[in-house]
Design a protein around this ligand. Structure first.
Ligand code: GAL
Length: 849
């Protein structure tokens, strides 16, 4: 049978209606919010849509997160005044949300009512009609509470109280109900939340074994239950079906099925399957003992036919394997992680989850050739992992930035070892939720037990690491476990690193060989790399390579040569990936700039309040570094990129180096038509580690002595045979003449949630970018959509993201436009003093998926 995804959905809906009692699920989007815990107040409630981040609208203020601390993590020993450390936004404090939930009396008869929170920041106390039904301290985790006994027929008052303490985070965590909230009803006999676990223990070309474990609640141990499971391929064809009648015994039923000629999931082929499992009663298992010469028995099974519940689980078929000396293998093929670390905030949208914004991030990263994401340093949003499944990214899902030893005075260490109320400590509760929530997602190929935890030094820490790894193994034996380690000597000496499936090192590229020589796994992962800093379009002279470069303009140089004291330039990690077969690749810190952690401007350096570690800035605009990675990671399209821009009034006659990031083997640079010579990439010379300038010569074509004169910078790239393969030109701009609009897409879904990222730039009358202008731009959006937010990527900019005006940064900014819920045209207009305004038209359309 061949059915489409839509047909499958309507089939499910029909089944839901026909069968008394199958589950229901609804999003709770409309809430009221106030910025304290005074829930008795009659006034002062604001209507909000969840996901909601109460702090992102600002205003930014130095006082919001001023701290006098020593960041031990960064090697500091004396306390100093830290500014902008968590984004300078007002996230600290209390917040209350309320929502009225109507309940039909008929659903209170045996059915379970669940509230499922994908994440609530933080220390969430959930009340139903004034009764506390659950408490969940960790703001990044998903949790659910069974609220059945607190509900009444008619309107029910749901309240969620949240509190963010000062010094509870090392970055901007967001505030509020920043991820989805769902109300789920489950029949008395039914599958609990995250009650299925699908694995694919054996895969060959002909078939894949698929094991489906389904938990069924509401039956006695000895009672029979029938599971009818159908597996559908991506096109909706039914590819397997099986009915099993079993006793529930431990509450879990295991079905073993086969999918013939399986299509394997990979970043290049993100093929997904769907299993639909129906839970039926009315069957029986009769066992007959015969007492003849030999004792034997026969079993008669009669399948049930009364539908109680039905669940749909998406999964993928793929293998993940580690081979000593050889590295990481996906579906039997070796590959290196071309990964980035991501914090969860979405820049100008804050922490409030937006699938459209995450999709935009992943689209940009895909173009770079990135194939993996580390969810640093906490549980990801469901939307991120769903999109990684669909768009093809491997995920390292991480749980904690702190165990029981503090990095922040009020961080997670306060909960780690605390009893969660049922004899299980929060660390374990949090792990269970995370694993059960995400273990069916094929994109997740590895778990992490934490990031740079101070416990790396101690024997207790070694034991905790073992315990956390075991929790992963016990709940999900199908994936390896790693940890982001930075205490190199400790972890090699005390057994911490040796016990992990994968030894993950943060910023220790110069010592990988040393670790490899002594660790039994004989593989090393760059769990966090580079931490190179740069501000888009800003260049400082003379160009120097090295740590902790600060400048009067509070920006970091975009020649991609500056980094932190503990980190390095990208080239060294790229070299390690090439030079060491046993190196699994890397996760660069970070894919995107994020709010908070404005190193190296984090000590009394206000107004800096966002990081400059990103390959892409806070306005979703790629920096130069993007092309450096792209030149090595994008296997499908060539890269040819020149830096810097060529607008240096006052620098005439001065040395202004030119770098080219390219996938071609060599290139020639011309300044106003005069050749500056051909450059070719240096070859690896077999000496490892390959560091500093030597590494740069392998990954960048550099003309270090170019003397600036206004005009034209042209690079001609040659292929391996010396033929001209591509050209790129950068010109000195004339007077700014006009604004230019460039939307990432022109057709949006009319779902009230879709986003267009409209790049706004300044050009001269020939259309050349003017990258040194910062005039104020006003934005107007009308028609079938609205203005959502704006950002310019300047880490020092204190203008609010939610006002339709902002100054350009290095000649650009991004206006984010949100679709309305009816199809139509959206008109985006931008204007600025002294230049021609620009207009573009987008369209919204109804979508069925
Ligand atoms: C690492 C840490 C990250 C971030 C980064 C900045 O040590 O794991 O969370 O702080 O440094 O370079």
């Amino acid at each position: 049978m061949r059915i489409s995804a839509i047909m499958l959905l309507s089939l499910c809906t029909v089944l839901n209606i026909q069968a008394q009692g199958v589950r229901s699920e609804s999003l709770l989007r409309e809430w009221e919010f106030r910025n304290d815990h005074d829930t008795a107040a009659l006034q002062g409630w604001e209507k909000v849509t969840v996901p909601h981040d109460w702090a992102i609208a600002g205003p930014f203020d130095r006082a919001n997160d001023l701290q006098t601390v020593a960041v031990v993590q960064n090697g500091e020993t004396n306390a100093t005044e830290k500014t902008g450390r968590t984004g300078g936004l007002p996230y600290i404090g209390k917040g209350a949300y309320r929502h009225t939930l109507p309940i039909e009396g008929s659903t209170l008869d045996g059915r379970r009512h669940i509230l499922l929170f994908d994440g609530a920041m933080s220390e969430a106390r959930v009340f139903v009609n004034g009764v506390q039904v659950c408490f969940w301290p960790y703001g990044y985790n998903s949790f659910w509470c069974d609220v059945t006994s607190a509900l009444e027929e008619g309107d029910n008052l749901l309240e969620v109280l949240l509190e963010n303490r000062p010094q509870s985070s090392r970055w901007y965590p967001g505030a509020g109900l920043y991820r989805k909230v769902r109300h789920i009803t489950i029949p008395k006999i039914g599958v609990p939340v995250w009650g299925t676990y699908i694995s694919t223990p054996f895969i060959c070309d002909e078939y894949a074994d698929v094991t489906i474990r389904t938990t069924v609640d509401g039956l006695d141990r000895e009672e029979a239950v029938t599971l009818r499971t159908s597996i559908f391929d991506a096109a909706g064809n039914k590819v397997a079906e099986q009915t099993d009648t079993r006793k529930v015994l431990d509450g879990e039923i295991i079905q073993k099925m086969k999918v013939m000629s399986p299509e394997l999931w990979s970043p290049e082929t993100p093929v997904l399957y769907t299993a639909r499992t129906e839970v039926l009663t009315g069957g029986r298992i009769d066992t007959d003992w015969a007492d003849g010469h030999y004792k034997h028995f026969s079993t008669i099974r009669v399948d049930g036919d009364v539908l109680q519940d039905a669940v749909t689980t998406r999964f993928g078929i793929r293998t993940v394997e580690l081979r000593p000396d050889k590295g990481f293998f996906l579906n039997g093929k070796p590959r290196k992680f071309r990964g980035v670390c991501l914090h969860h905030d979405l820049g100008p949208l804050g922490a409030a989850v937006s699938k459209a914004a995450i999709r935009r991030q992943l689209t940009i990263l895909k173009d770079m050739g990135c194939d993996a994401i580390r969810t640093s340093h906490n549980m990801p949003a469901e939307e991120l992992v769903e999109l990684c499944d669909e768009m093809g990214f491997m995920v390292m899902a991480e749980n904690f930035d702190e165990w029981d030893i503090a990095k922040c005075a009020n961080g997670y260490h306060r909960w780690f070892n605390e009893d969660s109320g049922n004899g299980i400590v929060w660390a374990e509760r949090d792990m269970m939720n995370m694993i059960h929530h995400f273990r069916n997602y094929p994109s997740i190929v590895m778990w992490s037990i934490g990031n740079e935890v101070p416990s790396q030094h101690s024997q207790e820490g070694v034991a905790v690491a073992g315990w956390l790894q075991n929790l992963y193994h016990a709940e999900d034996p199908s994936r390896p476990v790693t940890c982001g380690m930075d205490q190199f000597d400790s972890v090699l000496g005390n057994g911490f690193a040796a016990q992990l499936d994968v030894a993950g090192f943060n910023y220790k590229v110069h010592r990988y060989g040393q670790a490899f020589a002594v660790l039994p796994q004989r593989i090393i992962l760059g769990s966090e790399t580079a931490s190179t800093v740069s501000s888009r379009g800003v260049y400082h002279f003379p160009v120097s390579v090295g740590p902790d470069q600060v400048d009067a303009d509070h920006q970091s140089c975009s020649y991609d040569t500056g980094h932190c004291e503990w980190s390095n330039i990208p080239d060294e990690d790229l070299a390690a990936d090439e030079d060491y077969e046993w190196c699994l690749g890397q996760f660069v810190w970070t894919g995107f700039d994020y709010l908070g952690e404005p190193s190296p401007y984090d000590t009394d350096a206000w107004p800096n309040h966002s990081s400059v570690f990103g390959i892409v800035d806070l306005a979703y605009i790629p920096k130069d570094r993007f092309y450096l990675y792209r030149s090595r990671w994008n296997d499908n399209e060539p890269t040819l990129h020149i830096l810097p821009h060529w607008n240096w009034k006052g620098r005439e006659g001065e040395v202004t180096p030119v770098f080219v990031y390219t996938s071609y083997p060599s290139a020639e640079l011309f300044v106003n038509g005069v050749s500056q010579g051909v450059r070719t990439f240096a070859k690896a010379d077999g000496v490892t580690p390959c560091l500093g300038e030597k590494a740069m010569e392998r990954f960048r074509l550099m003309w270090k002595d170019v003397v600036y004169e206004p005009g034209e910078l042209r690079v001609v790239a040659y292929d391996a045979q010396g033929n001209v393969a591509a050209e790129k030109t950068v010109r000195t701009a004339g007077k700014a003449a006009a604004l230019k609009l460039c939307p990432d897409r022109t057709v949006l879904r009319s779902d009230g949630e879709d986003l267009a990222f409209v790049n706004v730039s300044l050009v001269d009358k020939e259309g050349n970018p003017v990258p040194v202008d910062s005039r104020l731009v006003k934005i107007k959006v009308s028609g079938a959509g609205s203005f959502k937010a704006v950002a310019n990527g300047d880490p020092t900019c204190l203008e609010p993201f939610q006002q339709p005006r902002m100054h350009l940064f290095s000649g650009q900014l991004t206006a984010i436009v949100q679709s309305g819920d009816t199809p139509g045209e959206i008109v985006v207009e931008v204007e600025a003093k002294g230049v021609r305004k620009a207009v573009c038209t987008l369209r919204t359309e109804a979508s069925n998926d």
